[in-house]
Design a protein around this ligand. Structure first.
Ligand SMILES: [Zn+2]
Length: 325
């Protein structure tokens, strides 16, 4: 008997090593590829020196195709158009999880290519166009005039400015004000709203048939993008995702996660906010993210500077206005 216990412990430990909570993750492929359930993922890229594209998804139903988010760069738009042209189904809808330019910039070109496409989203972009986006456009124009933008980043900044100038064309045709069950393209889906999370009002989708939550920037890699967020509202939205019954999470940036992996990400996220809201050294907050969320950072060397910045942003109280109703 005496020899058994250490052997069992050793076996259990070996089991842990063989099945870590998070696999080795890599960024999703940038061309449309099937992920099951007549659903295709177009992975958003985040190249060095450039702004990101959000992930896009194409969902096919018996009455057409639905696109979730439309990216920022022309290359991402090309991948969407290729994905949509692959199957003989009419695209009927674009669903924008939120108004960030890396998720909506493809809207005008896609609507021109497919006139039946209607854009669904919240009305939060209206406030963004006169608020955050107007302010950031002004800052960008000033920085460009002063030569303060690195040459490699100039095309992205100019692209964003051109898109903000066409802001009215980015707005949804159908405004979603509350969650509910809908059928789009003949496909039953649940639409959920998260207020005061990544933006003033975010949408996410629960695909009950596939047990899949498509959550936009409620989950991002290599770091959470806090620029327009209410940290506590965001955390509450993650609880709703946990409670949804999903077995799989499609993030706004980064690869698809299991619920166990999402749990690890969420714990690191909650720890990061608690640290940034505390009084300790900010470096411990960013170090905490880089350690607790290591699998999701995927070795991205930019992550440290980004979490350093976001820890300071939360600590400064500058995001608190986003938490007010
Ligand atoms: Zn994004």
């Amino acid at each position: 008997m005496r020899g058994w216990l250490p052997a069992l412990v050793a076996l259990a430990l070996a089991g842990c090593a063989a099945h870590p909570p998070v696999r080795e993750l890599t960024m999703p492929r940038t061309y449309a590829h099937g992920i099951g359930g007549a659903t295709f993922l177009i992975g958003g890229s985040f190249e060095p020196g450039r702004s990101p594209d959000g992930n896009s998804l194409i969902l096919y139903g018996p009455e057409g195709a639905l696109l979730v988010d439309s990216g920022r760069h022309p290359e991402h738009l090309t991948a969407i158009l290729q994905g949509l042209s692959g199957i003989n189904m009419t695209p009927v809808a674009i669903f924008n999880t939120h108004w960030h330019l890396d998720h909506v910039s493809g809207n005008p070109a896609l609507k021109a290519a497919y006139p039946r496409m209607k854009v669904y989203g919240t009305s939060a972009i209206d406030r963004a166009l006169t608020g955050f986006l107007a302010t950031s456009a002004e800052a960008s124009r000033k920085a460009l005039a002063e030569g303060a933008i690195p040459a490699s980043a100039v095309p992205d900044v100019e692209g964003d400015l051109a898109m903000i100038a066409r802001g009215a064309e980015l707005r949804p045709d159908v405004i979603i004000r509350e969650g509910g069950d809908l059928v789009i393209a003949g496909r039953p889906l649940s639409w959920r709203i998260a207020n005061r999370a990544v933006t003033e009002s975010d949408l996410w989708i629960y695909d009950a048939v596939e047990k899949r939550a498509i959550v936009g920037d409620l989950v991002t890699m290599p770091v959470p993008f806090f620029d327009t967020a209410c940290p506590e509202g965001w955390l509450a939205a993650l609880d709703a995702v946990t409670a949804s019954g999903a077995e799989q999470i499609v993030p706004g940036h980064g690869p698809i996660l299991t619920m166990a992996e999402f749990g690890v990400w969420k714990t690191a996220f909650a720890d990061f906010i608690a640290c940034a809201r505390g009084a300790g050294a900010l470096e411990t907050c960013s170090a905490g993210w880089l350690a607790g969320a290591k699998p999701f950072v995927m070795g991205d060397k930019r992550a440290k500077a980004m979490v350093d910045y976001y820890a300071g942003l939360i600590r400064s109280g500058k995001l608190d206005g986003h938490c007010k109703a």
